[in-house]
Design a protein around this ligand. Sequence first.
Ligand code: SAM
Length: 299
Amino acid sequence: MSNPSDFFSNKRSGFGMMPDMEEEQFLLWQNLLEERTGMCLAPQRKSFLQTSLGIRMRELGCDDYEDYYKKVTTGSGGGIEWSILSDRLTVQETRFFRDPDAMAFVKNHLLAMVKTAPQDRSFDILSMGCSSGEEVYSLAMLADECLSHLGFKYSVTGTDLSTVVLRKARQGKYPIRKLETLPASYRQRYCIAVENNEYQIISGLRDRTCFSQVNALNLDAFPVSGLSIIYCQNLLIYFRRWRRREILNALADRLVEGGILVTGLGEMVDWQHPNLVQVDSNKLSIYVRRDNNNQMGGR
Ligand SMILES: C[S@@+](CC[C@H](N)C(=O)[O-])C[C@H]1O[C@@H](n2cnc3c(N)ncnc32)[C@H](O)[C@@H]1O
């Protein structure tokens, strides 16, 4: 799991000296980020904020935090500038099969679900905060392996706030070093070598995926339901606890009976939902949706 202290990652180098940010200014940026992304920026991350803003401001020839704040928050250009800035500020680290234990659980669960599924069932999977797509394609590989030969349909949808990572995800092209965590059998079956020493996910698998910009703070605008698997790892860790609870409650309502919600270990330790049962494991943070006739008390 990513460390919350890495939230502001000093991704770009070449930063010159910027004026020190006043406390009042810091609070403004802190509030803007939390309001728009849900992410909390601890006071000790002020220097990261300053560095990241400074790099972007230098690109624009701007040296005043207040002027830049106005640029980001006003007019139609503000939206475009915000999407550039937010992409640079958020942690987007990801990799294929990042959490092998959770992926193994997903595979076994899919295999168990198909045993009793009607032949016309489609298994729809969601990856929230999918970054550049590795998680989506890992899930698609598992689904393809478990379901395709039996004639079952499946889809994997990846969502993220950042349009920049979503563009990369749609392409499904990765340098060879990104394939290191991908088991060799999947690499051989689902990746092909393309130009520039890169590998691309085969079109047959990409065709089963789709990517969409969705803010986890606004799930009402994303009316998807009947999901068999919801994967939500390394996103909630940056949010306040009440927000994590709200998001998980909203996601729980989108699962089919027997569907699973996969979160990162330690991301939400004391959350319960009347329709979900937590898998008993110290390596996993996974919840299974019980059947609707078997509910318990409130949330
Ligand atoms: C650390 S990555 C996790 C990627 C992947 N889930 C994994 O575990 O490898 C977190 C992702 O969440 C996205 N994100 C941050 N705030 C978000 C929000 N409010 N709504 C949707 N996505 C968000 C970021 O853009 C980033 O791509």
